[in-house]
Design a protein around this ligand. Structure first.
Ligand SMILES: Cc1ncc(C[n+]2csc(CCOP(=O)(O)OP(=O)(O)O)c2C)c(N)n1
Length: 289
Protein backbone atom coordinates (compact mmCIF):
# COMPACT_ATOMS: atom_id res chain seq x y z
CA UNK A 1 0.00 0.00 0.00
CA UNK A 2 1.35 3.45 -0.85
CA UNK A 3 -0.17 6.28 1.14
CA UNK A 4 2.25 9.11 0.65
CA UNK A 5 0.14 11.97 1.90
CA UNK A 6 0.93 15.63 2.00
CA UNK A 7 -0.83 18.90 2.47
CA UNK A 8 -4.25 19.02 0.87
CA UNK A 9 -5.34 22.58 0.14
CA UNK A 10 -8.10 22.74 2.75
CA UNK A 11 -9.74 20.75 5.52
CA UNK A 12 -11.73 17.75 4.25
CA UNK A 13 -15.51 17.81 3.93
CA UNK A 14 -18.25 15.38 2.87
CA UNK A 15 -17.14 11.87 1.96
CA UNK A 16 -13.44 12.77 2.48
CA UNK A 17 -14.21 13.67 6.08
CA UNK A 18 -16.23 10.47 6.48
CA UNK A 19 -13.29 8.45 5.18
CA UNK A 20 -11.03 10.12 7.73
CA UNK A 21 -13.55 9.14 10.44
CA UNK A 22 -13.35 5.55 9.21
CA UNK A 23 -9.56 5.74 9.43
CA UNK A 24 -9.80 6.88 13.04
CA UNK A 25 -12.32 4.12 13.76
CA UNK A 26 -9.98 1.51 12.27
CA UNK A 27 -7.16 2.75 14.49
CA UNK A 28 -9.47 2.22 17.49
CA UNK A 29 -10.32 -1.30 16.29
CA UNK A 30 -6.63 -2.21 16.08
CA UNK A 31 -5.91 -0.70 19.50
CA UNK A 32 -8.74 -2.67 21.04
CA UNK A 33 -7.55 -5.87 19.35
CA UNK A 34 -4.09 -5.40 20.84
CA UNK A 35 -5.26 -4.54 24.35
CA UNK A 36 -7.93 -7.25 24.47
CA UNK A 37 -5.47 -9.81 23.10
CA UNK A 38 -2.96 -9.03 25.82
CA UNK A 39 -5.66 -8.46 28.43
CA UNK A 40 -4.21 -5.07 29.35
CA UNK A 41 -2.58 -1.97 27.97
CA UNK A 42 -2.28 1.80 27.81
CA UNK A 43 -5.29 1.88 25.58
CA UNK A 44 -7.52 4.68 26.94
CA UNK A 45 -5.06 7.47 26.07
CA UNK A 46 -4.39 5.78 22.71
CA UNK A 47 -8.10 5.85 21.88
CA UNK A 48 -8.14 9.53 22.79
CA UNK A 49 -5.37 10.17 20.24
CA UNK A 50 -6.99 8.20 17.38
CA UNK A 51 -8.52 11.24 15.66
CA UNK A 52 -5.34 13.27 15.91
CA UNK A 53 -3.22 10.47 14.41
CA UNK A 54 -5.73 9.90 11.60
CA UNK A 55 -5.70 13.63 10.79
CA UNK A 56 -1.90 13.74 10.81
CA UNK A 57 -1.09 10.63 8.80
CA UNK A 58 -4.07 10.45 6.44
CA UNK A 59 -4.52 14.17 5.83
CA UNK A 60 -1.68 16.46 6.80
CA UNK A 61 1.74 14.87 6.91
CA UNK A 62 4.14 14.23 4.08
CA UNK A 63 5.36 10.68 4.55
CA UNK A 64 5.90 7.43 2.66
CA UNK A 65 5.40 4.05 4.33
CA UNK A 66 7.38 2.42 1.49
CA UNK A 67 10.33 4.64 2.36
CA UNK A 68 10.12 5.40 6.10
CA UNK A 69 13.50 7.17 6.10
CA UNK A 70 12.62 9.45 3.17
CA UNK A 71 14.71 12.57 3.87
CA UNK A 72 11.91 14.97 2.96
CA UNK A 73 9.31 13.36 5.23
CA UNK A 74 7.57 15.26 7.98
CA UNK A 75 8.45 13.89 11.41
CA UNK A 76 5.96 12.83 14.05
CA UNK A 77 7.43 12.53 17.54
CA UNK A 78 5.45 10.58 20.10
CA UNK A 79 6.83 12.00 23.31
CA UNK A 80 4.81 9.69 25.57
CA UNK A 81 6.27 6.30 24.70
CA UNK A 82 3.55 4.52 26.67
CA UNK A 83 0.98 5.65 24.04
CA UNK A 84 2.72 3.07 21.81
CA UNK A 85 -0.49 1.12 21.16
CA UNK A 86 -1.83 4.08 19.19
CA UNK A 87 1.37 4.32 17.18
CA UNK A 88 1.44 0.60 16.34
CA UNK A 89 -2.19 0.75 15.19
CA UNK A 90 -1.33 3.76 13.05
CA UNK A 91 1.83 2.25 11.58
CA UNK A 92 -0.03 -0.94 10.66
CA UNK A 93 -3.03 0.84 9.16
CA UNK A 94 -0.78 3.27 7.24
CA UNK A 95 1.30 0.46 5.74
CA UNK A 96 4.54 0.61 7.75
CA UNK A 97 3.86 -2.61 9.64
CA UNK A 98 2.08 -5.86 8.92
CA UNK A 99 -1.28 -5.98 10.72
CA UNK A 100 -0.42 -9.59 11.63
CA UNK A 101 2.35 -8.32 13.93
CA UNK A 102 -0.01 -6.34 16.16
CA UNK A 103 -0.97 -9.28 18.42
CA UNK A 104 2.66 -9.30 19.68
CA UNK A 105 1.98 -5.99 21.51
CA UNK A 106 3.74 -6.05 24.88
CA UNK A 107 4.96 -9.65 24.59
CA UNK A 108 8.51 -10.70 25.48
CA UNK A 109 10.82 -10.33 22.48
CA UNK A 110 8.27 -8.36 20.47
CA UNK A 111 9.21 -5.38 18.29
CA UNK A 112 6.13 -3.72 19.78
CA UNK A 113 6.92 -3.13 23.46
CA UNK A 114 4.54 -1.21 25.71
CA UNK A 115 6.79 1.83 25.42
CA UNK A 116 8.20 2.76 22.02
CA UNK A 117 11.76 2.20 20.77
CA UNK A 118 13.06 3.96 17.68
CA UNK A 119 14.26 0.80 15.92
CA UNK A 120 10.81 0.28 14.41
CA UNK A 121 10.29 1.88 10.96
CA UNK A 122 8.14 4.98 11.43
CA UNK A 123 9.11 5.63 15.07
CA UNK A 124 11.39 8.67 15.27
CA UNK A 125 12.41 8.76 18.96
CA UNK A 126 12.54 6.65 22.10
CA UNK A 127 9.68 8.24 23.97
CA UNK A 128 9.40 6.67 27.39
CA UNK A 129 11.27 9.22 29.47
CA UNK A 130 8.59 11.87 29.78
CA UNK A 131 9.34 15.53 29.21
CA UNK A 132 11.98 14.96 26.50
CA UNK A 133 9.94 14.99 23.30
CA UNK A 134 9.32 18.68 22.76
CA UNK A 135 12.98 19.59 23.28
CA UNK A 136 13.98 17.00 20.69
CA UNK A 137 11.30 18.36 18.36
CA UNK A 138 12.70 21.90 18.63
CA UNK A 139 16.20 20.67 17.77
CA UNK A 140 14.86 18.61 14.89
CA UNK A 141 12.83 21.54 13.56
CA UNK A 142 15.92 23.77 13.56
CA UNK A 143 18.01 21.09 11.84
CA UNK A 144 15.38 20.39 9.19
CA UNK A 145 15.01 24.08 8.46
CA UNK A 146 18.77 24.21 7.80
CA UNK A 147 18.38 21.24 5.43
CA UNK A 148 15.94 23.36 3.44
CA UNK A 149 13.78 20.44 2.23
CA UNK A 150 10.54 21.78 3.66
CA UNK A 151 10.06 19.06 6.28
CA UNK A 152 7.93 19.88 9.31
CA UNK A 153 7.89 18.40 12.79
CA UNK A 154 4.75 17.36 14.66
CA UNK A 155 5.20 16.50 18.32
CA UNK A 156 2.68 14.98 20.73
CA UNK A 157 3.05 16.15 24.34
CA UNK A 158 0.83 15.02 27.24
CA UNK A 159 -0.65 17.11 30.03
CA UNK A 160 1.43 15.04 32.45
CA UNK A 161 4.49 16.39 30.63
CA UNK A 162 3.24 19.93 31.10
CA UNK A 163 4.20 19.43 34.74
CA UNK A 164 7.85 19.04 33.76
CA UNK A 165 10.12 22.08 33.48
CA UNK A 166 11.88 20.69 30.41
CA UNK A 167 8.65 21.07 28.42
CA UNK A 168 8.52 24.79 29.28
CA UNK A 169 12.20 25.20 28.40
CA UNK A 170 11.41 23.70 25.00
CA UNK A 171 8.46 26.09 24.63
CA UNK A 172 10.81 29.01 25.24
CA UNK A 173 13.38 27.66 22.77
CA UNK A 174 10.84 26.96 20.03
CA UNK A 175 9.71 30.58 20.11
CA UNK A 176 13.24 31.95 20.46
CA UNK A 177 14.39 30.06 17.37
CA UNK A 178 11.24 30.94 15.37
CA UNK A 179 10.36 27.31 14.66
CA UNK A 180 7.35 27.82 12.44
CA UNK A 181 7.92 24.35 10.96
CA UNK A 182 7.03 22.85 14.36
CA UNK A 183 3.52 21.91 15.52
CA UNK A 184 3.14 20.75 19.13
CA UNK A 185 -0.01 18.74 19.81
CA UNK A 186 -0.85 18.79 23.51
CA UNK A 187 -2.93 15.81 24.55
CA UNK A 188 -4.85 17.27 27.47
CA UNK A 189 -6.86 14.25 28.60
CA UNK A 190 -6.91 15.22 32.29
CA UNK A 191 -5.29 11.95 33.36
CA UNK A 192 -1.88 10.93 34.68
CA UNK A 193 -0.49 7.78 36.28
CA UNK A 194 -2.26 7.97 39.64
CA UNK A 195 -5.55 9.52 38.49
CA UNK A 196 -6.65 13.03 37.59
CA UNK A 197 -4.16 15.83 36.92
CA UNK A 198 -4.13 17.79 40.18
CA UNK A 199 -1.36 20.33 39.49
CA UNK A 200 -2.73 23.74 38.47
CA UNK A 201 -2.00 23.75 34.71
CA UNK A 202 -4.79 25.99 33.49
CA UNK A 203 -5.12 28.12 31.51
CA UNK A 204 -2.79 25.95 29.42
CA UNK A 205 -3.50 27.59 26.06
CA UNK A 206 -2.99 31.12 27.43
CA UNK A 207 0.29 30.12 29.06
CA UNK A 208 1.64 28.54 25.87
CA UNK A 209 0.52 31.57 23.83
CA UNK A 210 2.32 33.81 26.34
CA UNK A 211 5.52 31.91 25.50
CA UNK A 212 5.19 33.15 21.90
CA UNK A 213 3.42 30.19 20.25
CA UNK A 214 0.56 30.54 17.78
CA UNK A 215 -1.94 28.61 19.91
CA UNK A 216 -5.42 27.20 19.42
CA UNK A 217 -7.52 25.11 21.80
CA UNK A 218 -9.86 22.49 20.33
CA UNK A 219 -11.79 19.32 21.00
CA UNK A 220 -9.14 16.75 20.06
CA UNK A 221 -11.78 14.17 19.14
CA UNK A 222 -13.41 16.42 16.54
CA UNK A 223 -11.89 15.78 13.12
CA UNK A 224 -13.28 19.02 11.71
CA UNK A 225 -11.58 21.04 14.44
CA UNK A 226 -8.38 19.00 14.12
CA UNK A 227 -8.04 19.37 10.36
CA UNK A 228 -8.93 23.09 10.52
CA UNK A 229 -6.25 23.60 13.17
CA UNK A 230 -3.69 21.70 11.09
CA UNK A 231 -4.47 23.78 8.01
CA UNK A 232 -4.07 26.99 10.04
CA UNK A 233 -0.79 25.72 11.49
CA UNK A 234 0.80 25.81 8.03
CA UNK A 235 1.45 29.54 8.24
CA UNK A 236 5.14 30.36 7.87
CA UNK A 237 4.98 33.42 10.14
CA UNK A 238 7.99 32.77 12.33
CA UNK A 239 5.96 31.38 15.23
CA UNK A 240 5.84 27.75 16.37
CA UNK A 241 2.32 26.30 16.45
CA UNK A 242 0.53 24.75 19.43
CA UNK A 243 -2.72 22.81 19.26
CA UNK A 244 -4.12 22.23 22.74
CA UNK A 245 -6.38 19.22 22.35
CA UNK A 246 -9.00 18.34 24.92
CA UNK A 247 -9.30 14.60 24.45
CA UNK A 248 -11.48 11.93 26.00
CA UNK A 249 -9.63 8.92 27.40
CA UNK A 250 -11.28 5.78 26.01
CA UNK A 251 -12.87 7.80 23.18
CA UNK A 252 -15.27 5.65 21.13
CA UNK A 253 -15.84 3.04 23.86
CA UNK A 254 -18.26 4.27 26.55
CA UNK A 255 -17.17 1.66 29.12
CA UNK A 256 -13.60 2.99 28.92
CA UNK A 257 -14.73 6.62 28.70
CA UNK A 258 -16.49 6.17 32.07
CA UNK A 259 -13.53 4.46 33.72
CA UNK A 260 -12.03 6.52 36.53
CA UNK A 261 -8.55 4.99 36.53
CA UNK A 262 -7.96 5.40 32.80
CA UNK A 263 -4.16 5.43 32.73
CA UNK A 264 -3.77 1.64 32.49
CA UNK A 265 -6.57 -0.76 31.64
CA UNK A 266 -6.62 -4.39 32.78
CA UNK A 267 -10.11 -5.92 32.58
CA UNK A 268 -11.70 -9.36 32.05
CA UNK A 269 -12.37 -11.04 28.70
CA UNK A 270 -16.10 -10.38 29.16
CA UNK A 271 -15.46 -6.67 29.67
CA UNK A 272 -13.25 -6.52 26.58
CA UNK A 273 -16.11 -8.13 24.69
CA UNK A 274 -18.46 -5.37 25.85
CA UNK A 275 -15.87 -2.81 24.69
CA UNK A 276 -15.82 -4.42 21.27
CA UNK A 277 -19.62 -4.31 20.96
CA UNK A 278 -19.66 -0.66 22.01
CA UNK A 279 -16.97 0.28 19.51
CA UNK A 280 -18.70 -1.56 16.68
CA UNK A 281 -21.98 0.22 17.50
CA UNK A 282 -20.27 3.52 16.69
CA UNK A 283 -18.83 2.49 13.32
CA UNK A 284 -18.99 5.56 11.02
CA UNK A 285 -20.67 5.49 7.59
CA UNK A 286 -19.30 7.03 4.41
CA UNK A 287 -21.91 9.18 2.63
CA UNK A 288 -22.26 9.26 -1.15
CA UNK A 289 -21.47 12.65 -2.59
C1 LIG B 1 10.44 11.28 33.44
C2 LIG B 1 9.40 10.27 33.76
N1 LIG B 1 8.79 10.28 34.97
C3 LIG B 1 7.86 9.34 35.26
C4 LIG B 1 7.51 8.38 34.36
C5 LIG B 1 6.51 7.32 34.74
N2 LIG B 1 5.24 7.50 34.05
C6 LIG B 1 4.89 6.77 32.96
S1 LIG B 1 3.42 7.19 32.33
C7 LIG B 1 3.18 8.38 33.53
C8 LIG B 1 1.91 9.21 33.53
C9 LIG B 1 2.05 10.46 32.85
O1 LIG B 1 0.81 11.12 32.58
P1 LIG B 1 0.50 11.52 31.10
O2 LIG B 1 1.78 11.65 30.37
O3 LIG B 1 -0.44 12.68 31.12
O4 LIG B 1 -0.16 10.24 30.44
P2 LIG B 1 -1.62 9.56 30.51
O5 LIG B 1 -1.99 9.35 31.94
O6 LIG B 1 -2.56 10.48 29.84
O7 LIG B 1 -1.41 8.28 29.81
C10 LIG B 1 4.27 8.43 34.39
C11 LIG B 1 4.38 9.36 35.53
C12 LIG B 1 8.18 8.39 33.11
N3 LIG B 1 7.90 7.47 32.16
N4 LIG B 1 9.10 9.33 32.83
Amino acid sequence: MTTTTHMSPGAPTGADLDRLRVRAYELRVSMLDMAAGKGEGYVAQGLGMADCLAALYFFEMRHDPQNPSWAQRDRFLLSTGHYSIAMYALLARAGYLDLAELPTYGLNGSRLPMSTFDDLPGIEIVGGSLGQGLGQAVGMAIGLRLDGQGSRVFCEVSDGELQEGSTWEALMSGATFNCDNLVALFDCNGVQADGAIHVQLEPVADKIAAFGWDTVEINGNDLVALTDALVNARQADGRPKAIVMRTQPGSGIPTLERRERAHFVRISDDEWQVCRQELEAGRPEVRND
